[in-house]
Design a protein around this ligand. Structure first.
Ligand code: ADP
Length: 241
């Protein structure tokens, strides 16, 4: 499909000056909320997200309890003021879908069997959105879970690759998402490369899919290093006090 705007300049750079395999700038801050067990503020390009973890605590209502393990309730919400045209507040189909896939991804990584009948609530608030918010939200949630001291197999991390003007690129920006051909967000456990979440918008050939998956994996590992650095920064500072 031919996009209606040009997404590469004559030097092969993208609209925001990035190379095809370059991520947007990412900043991660750990432990920003005092009432949460664990929290994280994350900026990823123009996205701004907060993740806050509460629990494990007794799951209410009681009929939602699982006698064998904790349930993970991730709730993704985009603030009304997070996009250019104000978004209607409250849950919608899209936010329910994203909450579900993030809950399922996190449930694969948390040692839920240690907390029967409990719920672990992960609130993800998107304050500003510029494409890639499910990856930003899940990545922030991974850090917040670690900050909460909840036993996890690994710190989950997410990143997307996609296709614009017939080229596979890393981490689509807003115009690329709007005018591009495909978007492939994934979340992984970086220690084992197990895939925790995979979704796809648009069309890719099998070869393009393989290239995009490999690129998204590489992106995940770069973001994973940033997560670990941010966590170390918080806890090393505390030790120094
Ligand atoms: P993701 O944010 O994970 O890429 P989508 O592909 O569904 O998820 O959305 C892409 C982008 O489109 C969002 O990051 C946001 O900038 C914008 N967007 C999504 N929903 C709305 C909405 N209801 N109103 C305005 N913009 C939206």
């Amino acid at each position: 499909m031919k996009p209606d705007i040009k997404l590469f300049d004559s030097d092969g750079k993208r609209l925001d000056g990035r190379k095809p395999d370059e991520l947007r700038e990412i900043k991660i801050e750990v432990g920003v909320l005092h009432r949460a067990e664990g929290s994280c503020y994350l900026e990823w390009g123009g996205n701004k997200a907060i993740a806050a973890v509460y629990g494990p605590r007794e799951a209410i209502p009681r009929h939602t309890q699982n006698p064998l393990r904790a349930i993970i309730n991730a709730r993704y919400n985009m603030a009304a003021f997070s996009v250019e045209d104000r978004k209607r507040p409250g849950p919608d189909r899209r936010s329910r879908e994203i909450s579900k896939v993030i809950s399922e991804a996190l449930a694969k990584i948390v040692l839920t069997e240690r907390f029967p009948r409990a719920s672990i609530d992960v609130n993800i608030e998107i304050l500003e959105a510029e494409a890639g918010t499910r990856c930003a939200g899940l990545t922030a949630a991974g850090v917040a879970l670690a900050d909460a001291g909840i036993p996890i197999r690994d710190i989950p991390v997410a990143c997307a690759a996609g296709k614009i003007e017939n080229q596979v690129v890393l981490d689509l920006g807003k115009d690329e998402d709007n005018h591009g051909d495909a978007d492939l967000p994934i979340a992984i456990s970086p220690r084992t490369n197990e895939i925790l979440l995979m979704q796809m918008d648009g069309h890719l050939t099998l070869d393009e899919f393989d290239t995009a998956l490999e690129l998204a994996m590489k992106g995940c590992h770069i973001v994973s290093d940033l997560q670990k650095k941010a966590i170390l920064k918080k806890y090393q500072n505390i030790e120094e006090v």
